[in-house]
Design a protein around this ligand. Sequence first.
Ligand code: FAD
Length: 488
Amino acid sequence: RNGEPDRIVVVGGGISGLSSAFYLLREAKRRGLDIRVTIVETMDRVGGKINTLHRDGFVIERGPDSFLARKKPIIDLALELGIEQQLTGTNPAAKKTYILHRRKLHSMPQGLVLGIPTEIAQFAKTRLLTFGAKMRAMLDFVKPARKADGDESLGNFLSRRLGREVMERVAEPLLAGIYAGDLNTLSLQATFPQFGAAERKHGSLIRGMRANKGKTPAIAANASELPSSARTAFLTFKGGLATMVNALERSLAADGTEFKLGAKVVGIEKVAEPDSGFEEQCGYRVLLDCGEAIEANGVVITTPAFHAASLLEPYVNVDAISAVNYVSVANVVMAFDRATLGYQFDGSGFVIPRSEGTTITACTWTSSKWLHSAPDDKVLLRCYVGRAGEEAVVDLPDEQLKEAVRADIRSIMGITAEPLFTEITRLHQSMPQYPVGHLERTAQLRGEMAKTLPGVWVTGAAFDGVGLPDCIRQGKEAASSLLDATRV
Ligand code: FAD
């Protein structure tokens, strides 16, 4: 095409879109291809859910606050961007996590791995559960594994193996933090496939999780190049997660990426039949709400599912995407003068089972968990509200929401002090809920798209993992799949 570089449009400038663009440019360079990338983002900034606020010496995360150190793609990206020295780990003195039971905080039984007990002596001692529930959980050692293969709900799986009480009082509050979901509707295979694999391989979830324990290192193999303070299971950047977004933005701009901010993609038009070859013809026209159209050889869609569905609906069956519901959540961050509190923050915070009936679902003692997040004489708390079935609270007026949250921390922690300031962040329709059968339906959709829309790839948190490292991995996969498909 007259020596013109091939144009690829990335729809959405969250971490999935930014990493798709980053790896598209890298992979194209490696293959000796000349491409030009345009990122179209509705908001007037990139980063999507990642949103760090710096205020009065505090580092406040309005969206995600950290990531799992054992996941290699994000460590790789930090190394590639040269920002690994800015990584930092959790406070080693704040390892304890609590769980609310009958309005009192209990420390989490030792040996829980993703809510699954692996140290039976410790599990037997906990006062969180009745004797009957503990005995029921031990049936996991003798109950035969499920014969049927195929997906089931996470809630069904956990109640089947460990019993309802363990599921509701221990596993759900821990796991639901990641999805704000109802375990009875979330897909086992798309959320925690390792649980099903443990049952199949070891005939028991507990035995399987115990066997895996030593095998999965808490820190990725490439983490040896990180600063010594960044050798903990969770990591973030000293300046907040925006550090990674800013570094990506700089690197992309230096490589000639065009950013169209404040612009919404409203349609994708096909302008060539798949077999006509992209070398000769432009494949797609990406339509923006301002009336502009960008001609493109490839498109990567990284928006939440409901936006992706509307773009793809004219061409393929979008059931796989429409079936992903979203839950709305909010967080209420409060800053205090340490001297006004008189509370001993000896851990990283607590989670709350649904049965406790509180407004908040969890509270992170942010300044205790992340020492860089607040000045020494201050305390930062982040309270979470909203989960599947409890979303109305997210839209309470600010004053009512603050009051409800303060009433909870008063009754749970005895904190009555007036905060120095409060920051409320509402994230409507922000937590994707992978339904049972999600992986199978996604594979079907991808198959159909390969035939009908070659050179269009759909990815991001709605598909194959919500964690930041999973989104980065998906961005990398999008880049190579797209370059293969467009034959640029
Ligand atoms: P998004 O960040 O949603 O980006 C998609 C972008 O597409 C948005 O910027 C949107 O404006 C844009 N867009 C939508 N439609 C269009 C359109 N038509 N045209 C152009 N642009 C469009 N993960 C962790 O690993 N650790 C955590 O601690 C953690 N905590 C979380 C806390 C909260 C409150 C939430 C909501 C999520 C959390 N997650 C966490 C998950 C993680 O933050 C997300 O899964 C991830 O950031 C999603 O990235 P994304 O790029 O796929 O989507």
